[in-house]
Write a protein that binds this ligand. Structure first.
Ligand SMILES: NC(=O)c1ccc[n+]([C@@H]2O[C@H](COP(=O)([O-])OP(=O)(O)OC[C@H]3O[C@@H](n4cnc5c(N)ncnc54)[C@H](O)[C@@H]3O)[C@@H](O)[C@H]2O)c1
Length: 408
């Protein structure tokens, strides 16, 4: 029988329960053992414990204090709690010798990102940001094409978290969800990694390139107010609240190689979901919103007919689909991305090797939130982005070849 990764889960809210059900419990057949579940809310940890018991035939340890989990004889922890708690928990878990898987979110200060990196360097315990969008079908296909030179030199990338979250934010008090307080009190690029993660891999950030500086600009905040005016019930308590979070935040990042990245947070106005993944090179372009490639040698005739390109990406799958997606039949959440990122984590932790999204990636991507807050608060002033590798980015090469590697 295969060895299983003995794991503790922290944070059994929306994400924790859906991941447990759709992605983690299926993995308990051969690779994963869920030894403990934790949430400050008793009903949530009980729900999680019951799900594990029904599937695995044993009851995991359930607690409201995550430090009890860190004291257990387990290999790893998966942190799926609210953003504010992430980096403190990750640091303590690494100190306790537990391989860390960290759900996505942004940092509150650059200092806590440094603390994460220093803890890794002192303990040698890895930490992986569980950025599922790095394993998206199109994101990996584009990465594969960039690797093969189809794009020429990549010059500019764009991405966004375009997701109408008005209902989730407004219902924060009823649903015990943290986003409401975040939107009332902070104004920043609060969710950068879904789009920045895949872009950072395309641009070899921390492996031959790095992010140097950013500017962030926030629009006014009118979306939540307009939305709440039309609601009924308990959420109307916030109908006249002054939300700090601008409706649309644009962040422009400059890289050492001269490339630029534009990130957009867009979560409180009506629209359909998109991550707006866009990669522009000297020889080709990809536009997620029309799911189309513009290959310089092939598509010039569409110069004034963008509609003619719509949806053409599927035609290039046979030639350029990433090896991870060939023959892959997505199960679980987020079109298979969850299954892939959690498989990457469990495989790396079982093998005791570095994960494909390591502590330096985690710090670099998460710090964008704190830095965007500083830039917005000073009228879009440029802010320097720290080099968490302390100069090693120049020489760092692909880590050990592994199935889920994202470097090239
Ligand atoms: N990768 C994705 O596609 C994706 C999708 C949704 C959410 N997420 C991420 O998952 C995380 C959780 O999001 P959510 O929507 O489930 O939020 P949620 O508020 O529904 O759940 C978070 C849970 O963490 C618990 N918690 C907070 N502090 C704790 C502590 N100190 N100890 C124990 N439990 C604690 C809360 O009680 C809550 O139940 C966030 O980081 C979010 O960004 C990722």
């Amino acid at each position: 029988m295969n060895r299983k990764l003995r794991t503790g889960l922290i944070g059994m809210g929306c994400r924790g329960i859906s991941l447990l059900h759709d992605t983690l419990l299926p993995m308990t057949e051969d690779r994963l053992e869920i030894a403990a579940v934790c949430d400050v809310y008793e009903d949530r940890r009980e729900k999680a414990a019951k799900l594990v018991e029904e599937t695995c035939g044993y009851r995991p340890f359930a607690t409201g204090d995550y430090r009890e989990i860190l004291g257990m004889d387990i290999d790893a922890v998966i942190i799926m709690s609210s953003w504010r708690s992430h980096l403190d928990m990750a640091v303590q878990a690494m100190k306790a010798g537990k391989y860390v898987g960290l759900e996505v979110g942004g940092a509150y200060s650059v200092e806590e990102c440094w603390r994460l990196v220093h803890t890794y360097e002192e303990t040698g315990v890895p930490c992986m940001l569980l950025e599922n969008c790095c394993y998206g079908k199109r994101e990996l296909m584009v990465l594969n094409m960039v690797k093969q030179g189809v794009f020429g030199d990549v010059v500019y990338c764009e991405g966004g978290y375009h997701h109408d979250l008005r209902n989730e934010i407004a219902g924060g008090e009823v649903n015990r969800h943290y986003r409401l307080q975040e939107y009332l009190h902070r104004n920043c690029e609060n969710y950068p990694t879904h789009e920045l993660g895949p872009i950072a891999k395309v641009l070899k950030i921390n492996n031959g390139n790095r992010m140097l500086s950013l500017t962030s600009t926030a629009s006014c905040a009118k979306g939540m107010h307009a939305y709440l005016q039309k609601q009924t019930g308990p959420v109307t308590k916030y109908a006249d609240a002054a939300f700090a979070q601008g409706d649309v935040v644009n962040t422009v990042i400059r890289c050492a190689g001269g490339e630029t990245i534009c990130l957009t947070l867009d979560t409180t106005l009506p629209r359909a979901y998109s991550r707006g993944f866009t990669v522009r090179g000297t020889a080709a372009a990809y536009f997620e919103d029309i799911d189309a490639f513009f290959l310089d040698q092939v598509h010039r005739k569409y110069e004034f007919n963008a509609r003619g390109l719509w949806g053409n990406a599927a035609e290039y799958e046979d030639e350029y689909m990433h090896p991870l997606w060939r023959g892959f039949e997505p199960k679980g959440g987020h079109d298979g991305m969850d299954e892939m990122v959690y498989s990457a984590f469990v495989d790396a932790a079982l093998a005791g090797v570095q994960p494909p999204i390591d502590v330096y990636d985690t710090a670099a991507w998460m710090c964008i939130t704190a830095l965007s807050e500083a830039s917005i608060s000073t009228g879009s002033m440029p802010v320097a982005i720290p080099d968490f590798t302390s100069g090693r980015w120049v020489q760092r090469q692909d880590i050990a070849e592994q199935k889920y590697a994202l470097h090239f």
